[in-house]
Design a protein around this ligand. Structure first.
Ligand code: E4P
Length: 219
């Protein structure tokens, strides 16, 4: 499963990229607003930091303007992935862009039928929002399982990019279902490394090693 980080914060992206485990980045208009940075400028910086796809979202609601915005965004770098909302205009834009070879992430997906439409429109990625689904009394992971089944039934190449992830359990369940990508806030990625028994184990090994009075030569 690929790991994307869901942020427009450069320091966080650098930190995650340094682990060597980062496969891409997703942003959205709210994350850009939170960064306080110029959209074009920060997107270019992110694209220079990671080799994988960097989702940059159009803000227009009509197909014609979405296409014009996408034209500007895809000039930023080769690894820009155009993010469009799951609407009729968004999917028209998706179809057009992917036919030209541009990567497209269809966002704000909340039903398996919507995911089916995104795949038919040739989306590179579909982003079902599990956290927001759960917030509304529904089961986000059930949605991921349904989409996986539908995509496998018809051999769709669209990758399931699990979004709105709130905790490591969302990541675990996504991996068990066979989702292709998980996009996570930096805190959730960091949470994946943690286990109390790992910390306790290190503590014990360090204490016992000190008793030996030895060192491992490092040069
Ligand atoms: C993904 O592409 C979205 O930007 C993101 O995961 C939304 O998450 P939220 O529901 O926590 O805002």
């Amino acid at each position: 499963m690929k790991f994307f980080v869901d942020t427009a914060d450069i320091a966080d992206i650098k930190e995650m990229a340094d682990t060597g485990l980062l496969d891409g980045v997703t942003t959205n208009p709210s994350l850009i607003a939170k960064s306080g940075r110029d959209f074009m400028e920060v997107t270019k910086e992110i694209c220079d930091l990671v080799d994988g796809p960097v989702s940059a979202e159009v803000v227009a609601l009509d197909h014609e303007t979405m296409m014009k915005e996408a034209e500007t965004l895809r000039k930023i770098a080769d690894n820009v992935c155009i993010k469009v909302p799951l609407t009729i205009d968004g999917l028209k834009t998706c179809k057009k862009l992917t036919s030209d070879g541009t990567k497209v992430n269809v966002t704000l997906c909340f039903s398996a039928n919507q995911a089916l439409l995104a795949a038919k429109a040739g989306a590179t990625f579909v982003s079902p929002f599990v956290g927001r689904h759960d917030d509304n009394g529904l089961d986000g992971m059930e949605l991921i399982a349904d989409i996986r089944r539908i995509y496998d039934n018809y051999d769709f190449g669209t990758e399931i990019l699990v979004a709105s992830i709130r905790n490591p359990v969302h990541v675990l369940k996504s991996a068990l279902i066979g989702a292709d990508v998980a996009t996570m806030p930096p805190a959730v990625i960091k949470g994946l490394f943690k286990h109390i028994l790992t910390d306790k184990g290190i503590e014990g090994f360090v204490a016992d090693w000190e008793k030996t009075g030895q060192t491992i030569p490092t040069s």
